[in-house]
Design a protein around this ligand. Structure first.
Ligand code: URA
Length: 503
């Protein structure tokens, strides 16, 4: 029987050296008694020979082990379980015969080793989360680096393996992290590690108040889950966390805070909620099919449109705008988030692209009629954001009622469909969008239809070169529209299918 006394404390090499020598000498695991210095080893083997290291002849022979074992052993050695040295040697021994041993999770030694590795990893994670630095007042002179000290109580010997994280994260200040299981220090150049036990410096500083303010601000009583919170922030860490003193009070007051939040929310609804309520209150009980004779009257009627469910969640109807005598009508898809709030078409990001392009080709937006195939914003709420959703065939179909009235009353010479949804609302053509794009097509009596892309398409192209090319193409289409406007009415050569008015 051999006895090896190790300091432990996460020192992988201190175990690796004798382990390698024993393995090469063919020493069975049961013939070694691994003892941790300061550990509570029994004295059963008092008098057993100690290994006389180094033994050069033995150490020179190469031994191979899977890389996974080395990584596992480097973590397990940091655990404070005194049986870890023995466990690792047994694994090392068995690996010589069973090369795939580590891939058998049901094996008791393997399971135990991975269990120890997991607690070391968790301890290291907690150290990263719960170390609280306190500034050492007056320690730094003018122009010198500020100095900080932290006290932490890890379960295992993780100081050395966790120190590089702090070195990277807090590189511009000098710090010491002291623990009962060793310390680490950084001075901007050197990371110094010690395995000696330190004492709690019992510091208090102004950052404690900051931590408390931060914690009480991020604490959301409505999301409180006490068990999950205690699993994330186990009680054993509380004594060194300045903010922990707040936790019992915050938990006790959570119910009352939620009730107070709910009461506040009920009396102060968001602006668009108020508008929804008003629209709902003014909505007619029946869908009106009476056809008003002027664009203003149509616009007024559309304000309380309930033809499809989209009105339920949109802030308001976004009707077309522009002169009733406009020669050109631009038809987009549906209002976006900003249009929904402003109540006007094409005022958001896509509208900015559209306006800039009209300017470039010399078309006056004020002289054009600008509208959408669908008059309500369709979206999906995601957190605080409302994410645009494409209207479906039924929604487009319901909204044609309004588009048809706009076309009949404005009677533009040229209609420009911006994108595939507008095209499908304007015609019953089954032809592909890409086949029709850029061509002047006959559309109703004395009218021409020009099909181009939607300006938001340009905003979604990630590749810069392609974006430039597509923007130039869009500009060409609008130039074409400007030229057509100077020539219309005229005969066109290709049919796009019947305009929906007639279908
Ligand atoms: N996209 C559209 O199709 N219409 C708008 O009004 C805004 C964005």
């Amino acid at each position: 029987m051999w006895r090896v006394t190790l300091k432990g404390r996460g020192d992988f090499e201190a175990w690796q050296q004798p382990a390698r020598a024993f393995l090469q000498a063919g020493t069975l695991p049961r013939d070694i008694d691994w003892v941790e210095e300061d550990g509570a080893a029994g004295d059963l083997f008092a008098g057993a020979p100690t290994l006389d290291l180094p033994q050069p002849s033995l150490q020179q022979t190469a031994l191979t082990v899977p890389r996974t074992f080395v990584l596992l052993a480097e973590a397990v050695i940091c655990h404070s379980d005194p049986s870890r040295f023995d466990l690792l040697y047994r694994l090392l021994w068995r690996l010589q015969m069973e090369r795939t041993l580590l891939s058998i999770p049901s094996d008791a030694d393997v399971a135990r080793a991975f269990g120890l590795e997991k607690s070391v990893r968790r301890d290291s994670h907690k150290m990263k989360a719960f170390v609280r630095f306190k500034e050492i007042e007056g320690a730094a002179g003018q122009g010198e680096r500020r100095r900080f000290l932290a006290w932490f109580e890890p379960d295992h010997h993780i100081v050395a393996r966790t120190a590089p994280f702090f070195q990277r994260r807090f590189t511009d200040m000098d710090w010491i992290i002291a623990t009962p299981k060793g310390s680490s220090a950084w001075d901007g150049k050197t990371l110094t590690l010690s395995t000696e036990s330190a004492e709690n410096p019992m510091l208090d500083d102004a950052t404690d108040a900051l931590w408390r303010t931060y914690f009480s601000n991020i604490f959301n009583p409505a999301r409180l889950k006490v068990k999950a919170m205690q699993a994330e922030m186990p009680k054993k860490y509380w004594k060194n966390l300045p903010e922990a003193g707040l936790i019992p009070g915050l938990i006790a007051g959570a119910e009352a805070s939620v009730a107070a939040m709910a009461a506040r929310a009920a009396s102060q609804p968001p602006l668009f909620h108020e508008r929804l309520q008003t629209a709902a209150a003014n909505a007619p009980s029946e869908v009106s099919t009476a056809v008003p004779g002027t664009l203003d009257a149509v616009r007024e009627q559309a304000r309380s449109c309930t033809r499809c469910p989209l009105h339920c969640r949109a802030t308001q109807t976004v009707f077309g705008e522009g002169p009733e005598t406009a020669d050109v009508m631009f038809v987009g898809e549906q209002p976006g988030d900003q249009e929904d709030l402003a109540g006007r078409p094409f005022v958001g990001p896509a509208g900015k692209v559209f306006d800039a392009m009209l300017d470039e080709v010399g078309l006056d937006r004020g002289a054009a009629y600008v509208t959408n195939a669908v008059k309500h914003f369709k979206y999906e709420p995601r957190g605080k954001r409302r994410i645009h959703q494409k209207p479906n065939v039924g929604e487009v179909q319901h909204c044609k009622w309004w588009l048809k009235l706009e076309l009949d009353l404005v009677r533009p010479k040229l209609v420009v469909a911006l994108g595939a949804t507008a095209l499908s609302a304007l015609t019953d053509s089954r032809q592909r969008f890409s086949d029709l794009r850029g061509t002047a097509l006959p559309f109703g009596p004395d009218q021409t239809l020009l099909v181009t892309v939607h300006p938001s398409y340009l905003l979604r192209i990630p590749d810069e070169a392609r974006k430039r090319a597509e923007t130039a193409h869009f500009r060409d289409d609008l130039c074409h529209a400007a030229t057509l406007l100077t020539r219309l009415p005229q005969t066109t050569t290709r049919s796009v299918g019947s305009r929906f008015i007639d279908s």
